[in-house]
Design a protein around this ligand. Structure first.
Ligand code: FAD
Ligand code: SF4
Length: 508
């Protein structure tokens, strides 16, 4: 017989390794292991999500006739690692071959490849662009740009195209219609909620017992853990969120963790949703006149553009990508990233909801917590580890390029053309946080001045050699050069003070 391994982020019925096996004579192995749950202090809700969804998936596979060997975390003999479990079960069952689908994480794939087992690898066909196809696309390009990749993917997938192959609506990208600032009193739809069943309650109790040392709250876990529930979450977004997704993609609001975002990343990343179906649903919603084109295009761009692009870069450049540090940052991560205790209202809101829900939407990750880490010169491994630990949807292949490349510019502009650095004014324009903040967003110097302002100029001044030649930063360097010397000195000193406080372990 042959043995198939199904990992916690591979819970798809059409997984390539399942398709290659025969339920009548082969068996499946699924294992909850300490090593995977602990290699960073994952948010407790992420551990619940993965273990509960695994247990539900094992049940569903059995109902389809598969023989599933499922190893629970506390089971006798659990060797605490995926490679250990695979070896143990391959020997016990006398399996002649072990079938696997490509892993999401380089670290795990490398360990398995070196495990000395009779492995048969299968491509992860759940992604639209294979590792090899991405490498071919990237070959001979000195600069990779998401927009070029995305246009190719639109054509290849036949999404949002006119009959002659041109883009629907006459443009590939409708970002000019998107990114509206927060409208007064704007509220997102009521979030979908999924009640815990007996399986999930059992996993919650296990995680409470075994992972109480991890950051993040466990109460209130309400994520979908089955394919049916994930589909309901998706339908909820199609009905109530998608139409305004484009317009308010970049907005942030007090007490509104989701606004018009789909909250599907965790379900998608572990295999409960299928990216092709999502894109087809979005296109149909637009063709039926239920959502505007800027929303449909903006959403599809996230899925077949950004998501596939960052995965391609990850597999193209690992493992050396994880070691890049173009700006030479060395600062440790401030303690308030783990506690949420800071006077900075935007940071407290983003970190607070992260600890509570394991979720923050893209702009909070990019322009608040990410922007602060960039401006403050946090060492890339420290901030990458944080993002990998605290988000329910975090997997290395998607977290690392987003954090190291997009946020920290640590790859020197390989993934994106410029660092997403911004002062407090950006956060003021896109949110209502500054009104509720004890810092003054219109000030750059003085004890009550918004820390983002001085740190923004400090960042530009200290990295002039690396950044001033970037044409996309020419305007900001011109305004820096036009600044009165006394003011420039003032913001530099305020920046120095703030960084010294971080180095002394003080909160801001
Ligand atoms: P929506 O805003 O509704 O977007 C829809 C979907 O598009 C998402 O579910 C996601 O699958 C995809 N998507 C959107 N932007 C990106 C992107 N930049 N990269 C990849 N996919 C994207 N996403 C993860 O899935 N896991 C991570 O570990 C992760 N880490 C991130 C770290 C940083 C520093 C940043 C800036 C972004 C990160 N993202 C990550 C991307 C993005 O923030 C999340 O996918 C998104 O916030 C998930 O919420 P949502 O489902 O409501 O997304
Ligand atoms: Fe954030 Fe500054 Fe606005 Fe406060 S004033 S919420 S720190 S941007």
């Amino acid at each position: 017989m042959r043995l198939g391994l199904v990992l916690g982020d591979q819970l798809s019925f059409d997984l390539a390794s399942l398709a290659a096996l025969d339920p009548a004579r082969d068996a499946i192995l699924m294992a909850e292991v300490e090593g995977e749950a602990r290699y960073v202090p994952h948010h407790p809700q992420k551990i619940v999500l993965v273990f509960s969804a695994m247990r539900h998936f094992a049940q569903a596979l059995r109902a389809r006739g598969w023989q599933v060997h499922y190893v629970e975390l506390g089971a006798d003999g659990n060797s605490a690692s995926i490679a250990g479990e695979l070896r143990r079960w391959q020997q016990a069952l006398g399996a002649s071959e072990v079938h696997l689908t490509e892993c999401g994480e380089w670290r795990l794939e490398q360990t398995l490849r070196e495990a000395g087992l009779p492995l048969v690898w299968h491509r992860d066909t759940r992604f639209l662009c294979s590792r090899e196809a991405f490498a071919r696309w990237a070959q001979d390009r000195t600069q990779l740009r998401m927009e070029h990749f995305y246009r190719g993917m639109r054509k290849r997938c036949g999404l949002l195209l006119e009959p002659d192959g041109s883009p629907a609506g006459g443009a590939w990208n409708f970002d000019n219609d998107n990114r509206k600032p927060l409208a007064r009193g704007l509220r997102g739809p009521f979030p979908a909620h999924f009640a815990q069943d007996d399986i999930t309650r059992g996993v919650v109790a296990l995680v409470r017992l075994r992972f109480s040392d991890h950051y993040g709250e466990l109460d209130g876990f309400d994520y979908p853990v089955t394919h049916t529930e994930a589909q309901q979450l998706w339908q909820h977004f199609l009905d109530f969120g998608l139409a305004a997704f484009g317009d308010y993609q970049d907005a942030m609001a007090e007490g509104e963790p989701y606004l018009f975002h789909a909250r599907i990343s965790a379900a998608l990343n572990i295999g409960l949703l299928d990216v092709r179906c999502l894109c087809e649903d979005v296109e149909s919603a637009w063709r039926q006149g239920r959502v505007p084109l800027n929303a449909a295009e903006g959403f599809i761009r996230q899925l077949i553009g950004w998501r596939e692009y960052v995965r391609g870069i990850y597999w193209l450049r690992m493992p050396e990508y994880a070691r890049l540090n173009h700006l030479g940052n060395t600062r440790g991560l401030p303690g308030f990233y783990w506690s949420g205790q800071t006077r900075m209202r935007c940071m407290a809101q983003a970190i607070g909801q992260t600890l509570r829900l394991g979720y923050a939407h893209h702009i909070q990750r990019l322009m608040v917590t990410g922007n602060f880490a960039l401006l403050a010169g946090i060492a890339p491994p420290a901030i990458c580890q944080w993002y990998l630990a605290v988000y329910i949807d975090a997997f290395d292949w998607v977290e690392l390029p987003n954090t190291l490349g997009m946020v920290m510019h640590a790859d020197g502009g390989y993934l994106g053309s410029k660092p997403y650095c911004a002062s407090g004014r950006y956060i003021q324009r896109m949110s209502d946080h500054c009104k509720a903040c004890s810092f003054k967003v219109d000030q750059a110097v003085g004890e009550d001045a918004c820390p983002f302002n001085a740190l923004y100029w400090h960042f530009l001044i200290r990295h002039r050699a690396q950044l001033s030649g970037n044409p996309r930063l020419a305007l900001v360097y011109r305004s820096l050069d036009g600044m009165a010397p006394a003011r420039r000195e003032g913001v530099w000193q305020r920046g120095e003070t703030l960084l010294a406080r971080l180095d002394a372990g003080q909160d801001l």
